[in-house]
Design a protein around this ligand. Structure first.
Ligand SMILES: Nc1ncnc2c1ncn2[C@@H]1O[C@H](COP(=O)(O)OP(=O)(O)O)[C@@H](O)[C@H]1O
Ligand SMILES: [Mg+2]
Length: 300
């Protein structure tokens, strides 16, 4: 098959691994920087262009779209979809998962455990918002943050209110969340491919940060998931319409609570677990790319 990896970092570990495995399995692979793609839209048959060439003979795309370029990147993914190209993550699913408000709504509807969450904007009754979220300490996070940037722990009601005020003065959408104290500084990443968890790791902050993101200095280690955690990860992936994703959960007294579902998860988990995630993805493509394309039924 002719596979295009949409990535802005050809030297990035995940991109290199996908390319290497796809080549080894006999596919034709290229890395395309989606930020450099453009589309000429006319009445019929628009096509994605890249470095002066029409991208017309691609069978499969693997979008590896960073948070900061979600909008443009998914517009390119949508263009490929309209050309009938198989994608490992649909444009609509990528967009949905990048919005934390939308994500918690979808996950809650699917009966997936999540930390108790309130979203508000300009309400004058901040006391009630704090109370609704379970009282301080509270987590406040911007709706489109990533890598732990934009996630704040407010230790007191006053601090929580000050952070909320700052966010809405700046016009930033945010959510207020119960602080899961039982496993502060720790979370679990389950890497899902085609209805199975193919690798998982625990991430732990190495200092007193409550955030376990590797980008904030967290470290990964091998973890064995409980049945409940595995089922929760798969349910979350299905609810978000992502057959390939990284589901982040926290262990709480009332079971696993999903924080987010990442549509372009990094492959750091390979280094931690020794599992070949790239191979699972290419196999998944081989088994599915020729099938009938399913329609998204979840909505924007
Ligand atoms: N409700 C919460 N309670 C305790 N810790 C949390 C909570 N939400 C997030 N965290 C911590 O902050 C980190 C970043 O939060 P997350 O929602 O995943 O945002 P990001 O998209 O920036 O990674 C998580 O990995 C976790 O360690
Ligand atoms: Mg996260």
């Amino acid at each position: 098959m002719k596979i295009a990896i949409l990535s802005r970092g050809p030297g990035n570990y995940s991109t290199k691994r996908l390319k290497e495995v796809a080549l080894a399995r006999g596919h034709d692979v290229r890395v395309i920087n989606h930020a450099e793609c453009y589309v000429t839209v006319e009445k019929s048959r628009p096509v994605v262009r890249y470095r002066g060439e029409d991208l017309i003979d691609i069978d499969v795309i693997i979008p590896r779209i960073g948070q900061s370029i979600t909008k443009y990147g998914t517009a390119m993914v949508r263009q490929f979809e309209m050309q009938g190209v198989y994608t490992t993550a649909s444009s609509i699913a990528i967009n949905r998962s990048r919005d934390k408000l939308r994500s918690v709504q979808i996950l809650a509807r699917a009966d997936v455990g999540i930390p108790k969450t309130v979203f508000a904007r300009e309400t004058s009754d901040l006391d009630d918002v704090v109370e609704q979220a379970g009282g301080a300490p509270l987590i406040i996070k911007v709706a489109r943050g990533t890598h732990g940037n934009g996630v704040v722990l407010a230790e007191t009601r006053k601090a929580a209110q000050a952070v909320m005020q700052a966010f809405y003065v700046e016009g930033v959408n945010f959510l207020v969340q119960e602080f899961v104290a039982e496993s502060a500084g720790e979370d679990i990443r389950a890497f899902v491919v085609g209805g199975r968890v193919v690798a998982s790791m625990k991430r732990q902050s190495l200092d007193d940060d409550f955030r376990s993101n590797l980008h904030q200095g967290g470290e990964g280690s091998i973890v064995k998931l409980t049945d409940d955690e595995r089922k929760t990860a798969l349910k979350a992936a299905k609810a978000m319409g992502l057959s390939i994703c990284g589901v982040d959960m926290m262990r709480s007294d009332r079971g696993p609570l999903v924080l987010e579902v990442n549509p372009s998860p990094g492959f750091g988990v390979e280094k931690v677990t020794g599992r070949d995630v790239a191979e699972k993805i290419i196999e998944h493509i081989e088994q599915n790319a020729k099938g009938i394309r399913r329609k998204d039924r979840i909505g924007a």
